[in-house]
Design a protein around this ligand. Structure first.
Ligand SMILES: Nc1nc2c(c(=O)[nH]1)N[C@H]1C(S)=C(S)[C@@H](COP(=O)(O)O)O[C@H]1N2
Ligand SMILES: [Mo]
Length: 497
């Protein structure tokens, strides 16, 4: 069939194996991420009830009489399918973002070698006849017969065409649509995300890419079986159809077995030791996320027409008596205390905040769970606040404390807080918002004041702000991870992707 030629050099064998290894991690962790908002939309307004695909029985509508939050929409999926499963968005993202760096590196090395060695001739169509030949090859397979490879090449026409599509179309589309979902990228390069028709179309395409990869894998594996497992494993692990088939089969099956054992082990470890998983994967993920988060400045300028008719809510409003009393009186007695490592600690009323001067911006909100919405936010630039209080050189983070105690609203412990690195506070679109869509901030969106950091994920934009404290280190606050969602949901502390 293939003559005596050995078409599978060691670098093809190694990158092929790494690709299987990383793609399985990406698929399972990606499914975990999807579980956090198991709905797909074509529009960045994410209109409730108007998803084109929904993997959840729960239906929430804008006119529901009871307040619901996007956290209610999250699904718990089985650890058999999702990595690690059971409502672990934070850890799923850690696995996804750790793996993607290695997968892209593997792909880059592979493509470089494909061109450096001339291997590209086996992958890149150079003649139109490849298309009719592919159709014929598929027809032959459908008659349960095997199609011969193209003369002097390792693959037949259908293989060549499908491998080309996977390597040079599907993989790049996954990388590009993945990048188009990062809030920092959306903030800095809104036009880039618009190339895909918006953030939700990018997310939908990314999902369809997963489906395409899964479909390819099923057919590809079926073909391996059709061609004969021992023969194909000999080529896949030893590089040649003439190699020892028993040995090839043994190594191949051992490899698959180890892959399954590895997934069982990491899934169990992640579920049993979430904090250690967050930290271990964080060694690879945090620097990556920090780079993206810190280098990009928001340049969003949406128009009034872009404002979403319905803006989802996340986090139930505070129910504590202190907050209720302030709200009953339109927050006339509200005082924001700003203290800690600053030269001039202050306590400001809403009027005093207004007098610092306000700015407006129409921006896209990106919840870590996956939904988006556009709104106009008006408030005091945080840079003004920084100027006013003058942080000491030792101050590295601003910690925003909220009024909502999750023990009272969602059954899990503690007052909501998030730390923000100082450089984010002086970004041009970093504001303490006092109004939304030209009206005073509604209770559910954070009245009387909420943070807007337009390059960050939604969970950093603390609502119902009660106090701000400048600190050198956040490790002695809460459970020490830098925020309530980092403490309890194992999210990463830098939130740019
Ligand atoms: N105090 C407080 N702020 C919070 C939250 C919360 O639970 N409590 N949730 C965060 C999350 S996860 C998101 S996505 C946004 C949602 O903002 P919205 O409700 O105005 O849409 O608020 C963020 N700020
Ligand atoms: Mo969120």
């Amino acid at each position: 069939m293939n003559g005596g030629a050995s078409f599978f050099p060691i670098w093809v064998i190694v990158t092929h194996f790494l690709n299987i290894f990383f793609l399985l991690l990406l698929a399972r962790s990606g499914i975990e991420v999807l579980a956090a908002h198991p709905k797909l939309y074509w529009s960045d307004d994410c209109p409730p009830g108007r998803a084109w695909a929904r993997f959840s029985k729960k239906v929430y509508t804008p006119d529901s009489r009871r307040l619901w939050t996007s956290h209610d929409e999250e699904e718990s999926w089985s650890p058999v399918l999702a990595l690690p499963g059971r409502r672990n968005l934070g850890l799923g993202r850690h696995w996804h973002f750790m793996t993607v760096q290695f997968w892209v590196l593997t792909g880059a090395v592979y493509v470089a070698l494909v061109f450096a060695t001339g291997y590209w001739r086996y992958l890149v169509p150079t003649s139109w006849s490849l298309f009719p030949d592919s159709v014929r090859a598929v027809g032959t397979y459908l008659q349960f017969k095997i199609t011969d490879p193209l003369p002097g090449e390792p693959f037949n026409a259908a293989q060549k065409l499908s491998y080309f599509v996977v390597v040079f179309l599907l993989a790049p589309v996954q990388i590009l649509t993945g990048a188009a979902m990062s809030p920092s990228v959306i903030a800095r390069f809104p036009r880039y995300t618009r190339l895909f028709g918006g953030r939700q179309k990018a997310r939908s395409l990314h999902f369809l890419g997963l489906v395409a990869f899964a479909g390819f894998t099923v057919v590809h594996t079926a073909m391996v079986l059709v061609h004969g497992l021992p023969r194909e494993f000999a080529a896949m692990v030893l590089g040649s159809y003439q190699a020892d088939r028993t040995l090839g089969l043994a190594i191949g099956l051992l490899g698959l077995f180890l892959l399954v054992v590895f997934h069982l082990a990491i899934t169990r470890f992640s579920l049993r030791h979430p904090r250690r998983t967050q930290h271990l994967l964080g060694l690879m993920v945090d620097p990556f996320e920090r780079r993206i988060s810190r280098s990009l400045t928001s340049r969003q300028r949406y128009s009034h027409r872009d404002i979403s008719p319905y803006h989802r809510v996340n986090g139930y409003p505070p129910v504590g008596a202190d907050y209720q009393r302030l709200a009953a009186d339109d927050f006339r007695d509200y005082r924001l205390s700003i203290s800690g490592l600053v030269e001039h600690p202050v306590t400001l009323s809403l009027d005093e905040l207004h007098r610092l001067g306000t700015q407006s911006q129409i921006t896209k909100h990106n919840c870590i769970q996956g939904w988006t919405a556009v709104a106009q936010w008006t408030g005091v630039p945080l840079a003004r606040v920084v100027e006013l209080v003058k942080p000491l050189p030792t101050a590295k983070h601003a910690v925003f404390y909220a009024f909502d105690d999750k023990a009272e609203t969602e059954g899990s412990h503690g007052v909501y807080y998030e730390s923000v690195p100082l450089h984010l506070l002086t970004e041009p679109q970093a504001i303490l918002a006092l109004a939304m869509n030209n009206a005073p901030l509604p209770i559910e969106h954070g009245a009387p004041a909420r943070v807007r950091l337009e390059t960050q994920l939604g969970f950093k934009m603390i609502k119902w702000v009660r106090a701000v404290e400048f600190v050198a280190d956040y490790r002695q606050i809460g459970m020490g991870q830098g925020g309530w969602r980092e403490d309890h949901q194992f999210y990463a502390n830098e939130a740019g992707m």
